[in-house]
Write a protein that binds this ligand. Structure first.
Ligand SMILES: CC(=O)SCCNC(=O)CCNC(=O)[C@H](O)C(C)(C)COP(=O)(O)OP(=O)(O)OC[C@H]1O[C@@H](n2cnc3c(N)ncnc32)[C@H](O)[C@@H]1OP(=O)(O)O
Ligand SMILES: CC(=O)C(=O)O
Length: 492
């Protein structure tokens, strides 16, 4: 099985996502995650960008990670010096090669571009760096010029070359043909760097590998300039499952890394994102869930655990009775045929009203049908939140642990009043159970400052996860009520 190297550019091209910038510590946290994932190269940034960027790259190179640490550089000594200052192993030395980039951006002729590129490669090699010589906008360039640049680059010591589909105009067929021609005419290992302007980045990257490339540039969650880059999780999984190639990536960590990057970059992962989206293995339609219960392969091409994701059975308008029974069994709730039908009909009614049915909603329906009252284990007795322009938001809570008949009193700070309130509840409950807040989302219903807000929280206790939605005009109340209800569900 052929092995493909993974060159991760989340911290360089990914960070070029408009509006995103990371602190040095954020970059270090992501780099460590990428190293645990076992990518082969981490492009940690462009050292020339700023003092903070150099500080970040230095933090990463000092960490002694297993991955090769690389900096983007232009074909300029000043960029290479900045990369050297950060003690990187390698440089991704980028040279625009298309007529449009050379004429308008660089205002140089082909010969001048070639000369400056080769000088830069020599300079980087003289200073002990591994050099990946990359052709920017290669897919709109003259292929003979690309081959010439790469072969001349080899003569002055370049270690690898890269073909960049900078504005994402390749198609899978063209990609395979292009990489076949390049690899037939160039001795150095060839890498591929694809953008997603037409939603083709993953397919084009895989086709480049079929054509002979041995390394691909990818970003976590496919983030990057404009429509982004080829996504790491898609490429790695497609290469393994659909094409039969190997990588060093520990695929079971993909979901976790995706969420760390999403949190630090503040870019939510779309639910329908392949491989790592929350809907990638979620099923509502009754016919699908019935099939899945009989054999998961009916509607899942791979097991969610393979990529660290999990299966979610969602109840709603499209559910069938088997899905409901499956959910009830998971919750350890026994019902007779008539009760099952009653619960089922209520789910359909809510679905027809356009409602999403969360775990908490399901529990409420079950309680209504089975005639059981809500048994609270922990009750919110008091909540005080103080916030303002000259005070760090602080909250204190008093929870009544009903079973033990004791009060749990805690105070906590937060970045805002909601954060402070939730932190105080987390602290108070920590002695009772290990409950983690996995996800917190807010959706406004209507406009204006008095709009109803809906807060969605996901809480985890061990392997059990519950989702609760609560709406209120007061975001703090909605958040706290959602968290308290989730805690009670996990404790019951
Ligand atoms: C496709 C890609 O992703 S390319 C990577 C994009 N990444 C970045 O731009 C990193 C962040 N950039 C920055 O912080 C800044 O742009 C800097 C520090 C690199 C440069 O800032 P400035 O010196 O103010 O230049 P500015 O950004 O305005 O213009 C870019 C210059 O680099 C030149 N240039 C662009 N690419 C290259 C290259 N590969 N090799 C040599 N020169 C290049 C341009 O022609 C232009 O030069 P000019 O001033 O002679 O016209
Ligand atoms: C180098 C790079 O990021 C590009 O050409 O897209």
């Amino acid at each position: 099985m052929k092995k493909v190297r993974i060159f991760d550019t989340t911290l360089r091209d990914g960070e070029q996502t408009p509006g995103v910038s990371l602190t040095p510590n954020d970059k270090l946290e992501i780099a460590k995650k990428l190293d645990e994932l076992r990518v082969d190269v981490i492009e940690a940034g462009s050292a020339i960008t700023s003092k903070g960027e150099r500080e970040a790259i230095k933090l990463i190179t000092k960490e002694g990670l297993d991955a090769e640490i690389c900096s983007f550089v232009r074909a300029l000594p000043v960029d290479i010096d900045a990369a050297l200052e950060c003690d990187v192993d390698s440089v991704h030395l980028v040279v625009p090669t298309s007529p449009i980039h050379m004429k308008y951006k660089l205002r140089k002729t082909e010969d001048e571009v070639l000369e400056s590129a080769l000088k830069a490669v020599e300079y980087a090699k003289d200073h002990g760096l591994i050099v990946e010589l990359s052709a920017e906008d290669a897919t709109r360039s003259d292929i003979n010029f690309l081959i010439k640049l790469f072969n001349e680059g080899e003569k002055v010591g370049a270690d690898r070359v890269c073909v960049c589909d900078t504005v994402g105009v390749l198609t899978p067929q063209k990609s395979q043909e292009l990489f076949k021609k390049i690899t037939e005419n160039v001795n150095l290992p060839v890498s591929v760097h694809c953008h997603n302007d037409f939603g083709m980045a993953t397919a084009n990257t895989c086709s480049a590998i079929l054509g002979g490339a041995i390394q691909c540039h990818v970003t976590v969650n496919g983030i990057g300039e404009r429509a982004g880059n080829a996504s790491l999780e898609e490429v790695v999984t497609a290469l393994k499952v659909l094409y039969g190639y190997k990588t060093n990536v520990r695929m079971e960590k993909l979901y976790d890394v995706s969420r760390v990057v999403s949190r630090l970059m503040k870019i939510p992962v779309p639910p329908n994102k392949a491989i790592v989206g929350d809907n990638a293995f979620a099923h509502e339609a009754g016919i699908h869930v019935d099939g899945l219960i009989k054999n998961t392969e009916t509607y899942e091409p791979i097991k969610p655990e393979m990529v660290g994701n999990r299966r979610r059975i969602i109840l709603g308008k499209h559910s069938g009775r088997k899905a409901l029974k499956y959910k009830l069994d998971l919750m350890g709730i026994k019902v007779n045929e008539e009760q099952l039908n009653q619960i089922y009909n209520k789910i359909k009614e809510l679905g027809d009203l356009g409602k999403y049915i969360s775990d908490a909603d399901l529990l409420a329906i079950i309680r209504e049908v089975l005639g059981k009252d809500i048994e609270e284990k922990v009750k919110l007795d008091e909540l005080t939140v103080v916030s303002g322009n000259k005070i760090t938001p602080i909250a204190s809570v008093k929870l009544h642990h009903i079973g033990e008949d004791i009060f749990l009193i805690e105070t906590a700070y937060g970045v805002g009043p909601v954060d402070a309130a939730i932190n105080a509840i987390k602290k108070a409950i920590s002695g009772v159970a290990d409950i983690k807040l996995e996800e917190y989302r807010v959706e406004a219903i209507g406009g204006g400052t008095d709009a109803l807000v809906e807060v969605i929280v996901k809480l985890r206790k061990g392997s059990e996860i519950v989702e609760v939605r609560k709406s209120d005009v007061d975001i703090i109340r909605a958040s706290v009520n959602a968290v308290m209800e989730g805690i009670n569900m996990l404790l019951s």
